[in-house]
Design a protein around this ligand. Structure first.
Ligand SMILES: *[C@@H]1O[C@H](CO)[C@@H](O)[C@H](O)[C@H]1NC(C)=O
Ligand SMILES: *[C@@H]1O[C@H](CO)[C@@H](O)[C@H](O)[C@H]1NC(C)=O
Ligand SMILES: *[C@@H]1O[C@H](CO)[C@@H](O)[C@H](O)[C@H]1NC(C)=O
Ligand SMILES: *[C@@H]1O[C@H](CO)[C@@H](O)[C@H](O)[C@H]1NC(C)=O
Ligand SMILES: *[C@@H]1O[C@H](CO)[C@@H](O)[C@H](O)[C@H]1NC(C)=O
Ligand SMILES: *[C@@H]1O[C@H](CO)[C@@H](O)[C@H](O)[C@H]1NC(C)=O
Length: 434
C-alpha cells in the first residue's frame, strides 16, 4: 500500500512538472508617458497586441471597437458559473449586430484606467491568448482567456494617459482572474511571476510567468539566487478601485517600517505607514505611476533628509524643475556615476536588516532642456491625505527584478541590477537553464 502511494506521488509530481509552461513577454518603456507596455498575442489567428502593464488591476481589458476579427471568441452569459464566480454585479443587453462586446444577457465588467481612474463599459469576452515560451518562436496558448471587451467609441477617455498604440491593459493584480492567475491555472504552474522593467525606451525588459526561477541574465547570473523577500500584505476591499469595492484589493502592498538616507533614520509619522481599516495608508507598488508618490509629510521628511545628506557630499542644489523638488546641477555627474555620487535611500521592511536599497539610478531623474541640465530626486508630493501613503513608482523599480509569489505571499526583490553589471534588458532568452 505504501509503495503504491509513493509511486503515484512520483508520477503526479512528474506530470505536474512537465505540464508547467514558462511564459515570457517583452516589456517596453514608453518615452512620452514613462509608462510600460507588454506584448501578448490575442485572437485567432493570433495578433500581437501591446497592453498597458498594471500591477494593481483585477481584470485585463482590450479594445473591441473596430476590427475585432477572430474566429475563436465566446461571450460570457450572465447565467454562467464564471459570471457567478466573478460576481461583477452587472449584466447587459445590446441592440446592435451581435459580435464581440455585443451580446444579450451577457456578463459585464467595467474596465478601469489605472492612470486616470476613469471607468469604461465592457462585456466579458473569452478568446485565445498566447505568450512566447522559452523555446524560440514557440507560443504558449491559453484557449479561454477572460477579459473585458471595451468599446472606446462609447467611452474614449478610457485610453487617456496611456502610451500611444496601447490596445488595452494587462492586469497583473492580485485577483483570481488577473493575467498571471489565468496563466498559472491554464498550465497548472506555480502562481509566481517576475517583472523586470527596462531603464529606457531603447531596450526591452521582461515579464516571466509561471516560474520560481532560475532567472538567467547575461553574463550568466541567476537572479533568483539573490532575491531578498518581504511578505506581500493584503490591502482592504476596494482600496483604490472606483467600482469593485466588494473585491479584495488587487494591489501589492509591502510592510515598510522606516526609511533611511545614508543610514540615518528619516523621522516619519508611523501611523501613515500602516494600512488602516478603511484602506488608507501603507506602501504599494505601481507601474502606473512613473515616480514615487508620497504623502506630504513623508515627502517633506525624505526630501529634507536627502538634501541634507547631499549637501555633505558637495552636490549643488539648483532651482527645482517641475514636478520635482530637489534638483542638482548635472555638471560633473555622469550617468554611470549617479549611483555612487548621491545619498543612498533604504526602505526598511519587516526587520532592520531587511531593506530595499535604492541607489541613484532609481532615485534620480535626469532632466535636460534648453535651459537646464539637472538630476532631480524622482519623488512626487501626493498631498496631505492620499489613499496610499507611499506608492513606489516605475522609475524606482526599473532594472530591478521583482518576483511576485502568490503561493508564499511574498515579494522577492533584487535591488539595482546595474550594480551587478547586468540589467533588465539582459534577460538571457537562450539560456537552457532558465
Ligand atoms: C444561459 O443564457 C444563454 C443566453 O441567454 C442561453 O443561450 C443558455 O441556454 C443559458 N444557459 C443556461 C444553463 O440557462
Ligand atoms: C437582444 O434582444 C433584443 C430584444 O429581443 C433584440 O432586439 C436584439 O437584437 C438582441 N441583441 C443581440 C445582440 O442579439
Ligand atoms: C478562482 O477561479 C477558479 C476557476 O474558475 C474557481 O474554481 C475558484 O473557485 C475561484 N476562487 C475564488 C476564491 O474565487
Ligand atoms: C500622523 O498621521 C495620522 C493619520 O493621518 C494623523 O491622524 C496624526 O495626527 C499624525 N500625527 C502627527 C504627530 O502628525
Ligand atoms: C566638499 O568640499 C570641501 C571643500 O572643497 C572638501 O574639503 C570636502 O572634502 C568635500 N567633500 C566631499 C565629500 O567631497
Ligand atoms: C539567441 O539565439 C538566437 C537564435 O539562435 C540568436 O540570434 C541570438 O543572437 C542569441 N542571443 C544571445 C544573447 O546569445
Amino acid at each position: 500500500m505504501s509503495h503504491f502511494l509513493i509511486i503515484t506521488f512520483v508520477f503526479f509530481s512528474r506530470f505536474a512538472l512537465t505540464s508547467q509552461q514558462i511564459l515570457v513577454s517583452p516589456i517596453t518603456k514608453d518615452e512620452s508617458t514613462n509608462l510600460y507596455t507588454m506584448l501578448v498575442y490575442l485572437k485567432t489567428p493570433l495578433q500581437p497586441s501591446k497592453l498597458h502593464l498594471d500591477l494593481g488591476s483585477y481584470l485585463s481589458w482590450y479594445d473591441c471597437a473596430r476590427h475585432y476579427q477572430s474566429s475563436s471568441y465566446k461571450p460570457v452569459y450572465s447565467n454562467s458559473s464564471l459570471c457567478t464566480d466573478l460576481n461583477p454585479g452587472i449584466f447587459s443587453n445590446c441592440f446592435n449586430k451581435p459580435g464581440p462586446g455585443c451580446f444579450n444577457d451577457s456578463c459585464s465588467f467595467f474596465p478601469e484606467n489605472p492612470v486616470t481612474r476613469k471607468i469604461g463599459i465592457g462585456e466579458l469576452l473569452i478568446d485565445k491568448l498566447a505568450l512566447p515560451t522559452k523555446k524560440l518562436g514557440q507560443l504558449g496558448p491559453v484557449s479561454d482567456f477572460l477579459f473585458s471587451c471595451t468599446d472606446p467609441n462609447k467611452y474614449s477617455r478610457i485610453y487617456r494617459g496611456l502610451a500611444k498604440g496601447v490596445k488595452g491593459l494587462a492586469a497583473l493584480g492580485r485577483f483570481n482572474y488577473s493575467l498571471p492567475a489565468q496563466l498559472s491555472r491554464t498550465f497548472s504552474s506555480p502562481q509566481i511571476f517576475a517583472v523586470c522593467l527596462p531603464g529606457s525606451s531603447k531596450a526591452n525588459g521582461v515579464a516571466l510567468f509561471n516560474s520560481p526561477g532560475p532567472y538567467y541574465f547575461s553574463p550568466g547570473i541567476d537572479l533568483s539566487k539573490s532575491l531578498i523577500y518581504t511578505p506581500l500584505l493584503q490591502g482592504p476591499r476596494g482600496a483604490d478601485t472606483q467600482i469593485y469595492y466588494w473585491y479584495k484589493s488587487p494591489d501589492y502592498y509591502i510592510g515598510l517600517t522606516s526609511i533611511k538616507v545614508n543610514g540615518k533614520v528619516v523621522p516619519l509619522n508611523k501611523t501613515l505607514l500602516a494600512i488602516d481599516e478603511l484602506g488608507s495608508g501603507g506602501t504599494k507598488i505601481s507601474t502606473s505611476r512613473p515616480y514615487m508618490v508620497l504623502q506630504s509629510s513623508i515627502f517633506k521628511a525624505l526630501s529634507d533628509a536627502f538634501v541634507r545628506e547631499s549637501t555633505a557630499l558637495n552636490l549643488t542644489l539648483i532651482n527645482p524643475v517641475e514636478p520635482f523638488h530637489a534638483c542638482y546641477a548635472a555638471q560633473g555627474i555622469t550617468n554611470t556615476r549617479i549611483s555612487s555620487t548621491v545619498p543612498i535611500i533604504d526602505f526598511v521592511l519587516q526587520e532592520n536588516n531587511v531593506f530595499w536599497r535604492i541607489f541613484g539610478s532609481n532615485s534620480m531623474v535626469r532632466i535636460t532642456t534648453n535651459d537646464v541640465d539637472a538630476w532631480c530626486l524622482g519623488i512626487i508630493d501626493g498631498g496631505p491625505s492620499p489613499k496610499t501613503s507611499i506608492v513606489i513608482g516605475g522609475h524606482q523599480i526599473e532594472d530591478n527584478l521583482l518576483q511576485f509569489d502568490l503561493q508564499l505571499e511574498r515579494l522577492g526583490f533584487s535591488s539595482s541590477l546595474l550594480l551587478r553589471s547586468t540589467s533588465c534588458s539582459n534577460f538571457d532568452f537562450n539560456s537552457t537553464k532558465n
